[in-house]
Design a protein around this ligand. Structure first.
Ligand SMILES: CC(=O)N[C@H]1[C@@H](OP(=O)(O)OP(=O)(O)OC[C@H]2O[C@@H](n3ccc(=O)[nH]c3=O)[C@H](O)[C@@H]2O)O[C@H](CO)[C@@H](O)[C@@H]1O
Ligand SMILES: C=C(OP(=O)(O)O)C(=O)O
Length: 426
C-alpha cells in the first residue's frame, strides 16, 4: 500500500496547474449513457474514481477511449447495453449512483447496487429513489440493489415536480439527466447550485437538453425525445484549488494556481483573506488563475459548512489544518455530513489541540506541529494530513493514501514542483 513521506517546514512557491473537477467529471461520464452518439470530454482528471467509473461503464458495454494528453476521453454507449452497476464497483465510489438517472431515462430499467455507508456518514439515497418514482419509475430495493423499471406499457419517464427534503448534489444531477430525456416538464425545487451541477447542465444543453435555471435552486427541464453527442471541457476543480490555497496559507509562500476559478471559491477565499493571506484572482493567456501569498501565522477563522455558495464541506478538513497552527481559537461546524471529523484524531497525533462535540470542533491554534505517522481515513481527511505534514517539524508518514488518489490528480507531484519535500513510497 502506498504512503506519503513528508519532511515539513518548506515554504511553497511557483505554479500549480489545477485539474478538472472530480465531482463534475463523474456525472459527465455518466451523461454519455444518454445518447448512442459519441461524447468527448476533455480536462478529465487522472483519478482512481475516474478509472472506477470507466470500469463501471465498460462493464455495461460502453466504449471508452483515452484521447491524447489533455485528459480527453471519448465515450460511446450503444443501444442494448447491460444497465447494471454491480456491488464490487459501486462499493468503492458513491458517485456510481449517478448511472441510475441516465439508465432509466434511456433504457427504462436499471439495477444499481446501493452505495452503502462510508467514513463520513451514512449517505442514504432515499431522495434519488423518491425523485425517480415521482418521474414514474417503479423501484424496489432487494438484495442490496435498487431495481428500477418503467411500468408496463410506458417507454419513457415523465416530467414531475421534485422537491427534495435537503439539497443533494448527486440527487440534482441524477434528476437533471433523467428529466432531460423524460416526457414533459420537470421542475426541480431545492436544487443544488454547486458549480459541478451547473457544468453538467451546460454539457446536457450541448447535447440538446432544454434546461433553464441551473445555478439557482429552481431548475426547469423540458424533456426531449433524444440527445446527441457533444464535446465538453470539465470545469476546474475548486476543491483541489482550495486545498492548495490552504497548503500555502499553512506553510507560507507565493503560488499561482493555473486555471483556478476564484469565482467558485468565494467562501474559502474570504476566510483565507481574513486569516491574513493575500489572494488575487485574474486571467492570463492560459485562462483564469488564483495567486496566494502568505507569510507568518494566519489568524484562526471560525466557519460553518453549508451548501454552495456557502463554505464547502469538502474543504472543512483542509481549513481545519490551517486553524490548527493559526493564532487564536476557532469553531468549525460541520452541517452536511454526520461524521466528517475523522481527521481530528490524526491531527491531534501531530500535536494539534482540537475538541469535538457533535457537529462542532473547537480548535486551539498551536505554534507548531510535530511529524508522526498518521492514517488517512477519507479523501479530504487525507488532504488535511498532507497539509499538516508540510508544516510539521520533522517527518510525517501519511498511510492509506488510496483515499487521496480517489480525488487528487498527482498531488505529491504538484506539491514537489512548488518546493515541498514529499515522496510516495510503496
Ligand atoms: C460525487 C460528488 O459530487 N460528491 C459530492 C456530493 O456528494 P453527494 O451528492 O453524495 O452529497 P449530497 O449533496 O447528496 O448530500 C447532502 C446531505 O444529504 C443527505 N442525503 C443525500 C441524498 C439522499 O438521498 N438522502 C440524504 O439523506 C446526505 O447524507 C448528506 O447529509 O456532494 C457533497 C456535498 O457537497 C460533497 O461532499 C461530495 O464531494
Ligand atoms: C466526499 C467526497 O466525494 P464522494 O462524494 O465521491 O465520496 C469529496 O469529494 O470530498
Amino acid at each position: 500500500m502506498d504512503k506519503l513521506l513528508i519532511r515539513g517546514g518548506r515554504k511553497l512557491s511557483g505554479e500549480v496547474p489545477i485539474s478538472g473537477a472530480k465531482n463534475a467529471a463523474l456525472p459527465e461520464l455518466c451523461a454519455a449513457l444518454l445518447t448512442e452518439e459519441a461524447v468527448t470530454l476533455t480536462n478529465v482528471p487522472r483519478l482512481r474514481d475516474v478509472a472506477t467509473m470507466r470500469q463501471l461503464l465498460n462493464n455495461m458495454g460502453v466504449r471508452t477511449d483515452t484521447l491524447g494528453e489533455r485528459g480527453g476521453i471519448r465515450l460511446q454507449a450503444p443501444d442494448g447495453l447491460n444497465p447494471e452497476a454491480p456491488y464490487d464497483l459501486v462499493k468503492t465510489m458513491r458517485a456510481s449512483v449517478l448511472v441510475l438517472g441516465p439508465l432509466l431515462a434511456r433504457f427504462g430499467r436499471a439495477r444499481v447496487s446501493l452505495p452503502g455507508g462510508c467514513a463520513i456518514g451514512s449517505r442514504p439515497v432515499d431522495q434519488h429513489i423518491k425523485g425517480m418514482q415521482a418521474m414514474g419509475a417503479e423501484i424496489v430495493v432487494e438484495h442490496g440493489y435498487m431495481v428500477a423499471r418503467l411500468p408496463q406499457g410506458r417507454s419513457r419517464l415523465h416530467g414531475a415536480r421534485i422537491a427534495t427534503d435537503m439539497v443533494t448534489v448527486t440527487g440534482t444531477e441524477n434528476f437533471l439527466m433523467a428529466a432531460a430525456l423524460a416526457e414533459g416538464e420537470t421542475l426541480l425545487e431545492n436544487a443544488a447550485q454547486e458549480p459541478e451541477v451547473t457544468d453538467l447542465a451546460e454539457m446536457l444543453i450541448r447535447m440538446g437538453a432544454k434546461i433553464e435555471g441551473h445555478g439557482t435552486s429552481r431548475i426547469h427541464v423540458q424533456g426531449v425525445d433524444r440527445l446527441r453527442g457533444c464535446d465538453h471541457q470539465v470545469v476546474a476543480d475548486r476543491i483541489e484549488a482550495g486545498t492548495f490555497l490552504c497548503a500555502v496559507a499553512a506553510t507560507g509562500g507565493d503560488v499561482l494556481l493555473r486555471c483556478g476559478r476564484a469565482d467558485h471559491l468565494d467562501a474559502v477565499i474570504d476566510k483565507l483573506t481574513e486569516a491574513g493571506a493575500e489572494i488575487e484572482a485574474g486571467a492570463n493567456a492560459a485562462g483564469p488563475f488564483i495567486r496566494i501569498r502568505a507569510s507568518g501565522r494566519m489568524k484562526a477563522q471560525s466557519f460553518r459548512t453549508t451548501e454552495y455558495p456557502g463554505f464547502p464541506t469538502d474543504m472543512q478538513a483542509q481549513f481545519m489544518t490551517v486553524n490548527c497552527i493559526a493564532e487564536g481559537t476557532s469553531k468549525v461546524t460541520e452541517t452536511i455530513f454526520e461524521n466528517r471529523f475523522m481527521h481530528v484524531n490524526e491531527l491531534v497525533r501531530l500535536g494539534a489541540r482540537i475538541q469535538t462535540e457533535g457537529k462542532v470542533a473547537m480548535v486551539e491554534g498551536v505554534p507548531r506541529l510535530s511529524g508522526a505517522t498518521v492514517m488517512a481515513t477519507d479523501l479530504r481527511a487525507s488532504a488535511s494530513l498532507v497539509i499538516a505534514g508540510l508544516v510539521a517539524e520533522g517527518e510525517t508518514t501519511v498511510d492509506r493514501i488510496y483515499h487521496l488518489d480517489r480525488g487528487y490528480d498527482q498531488m505529491e507531484v504538484k506539491l514537489r514542483a512548488i518546493g515541498a519535500d514529499i515522496e510516495r513510497v510503496k
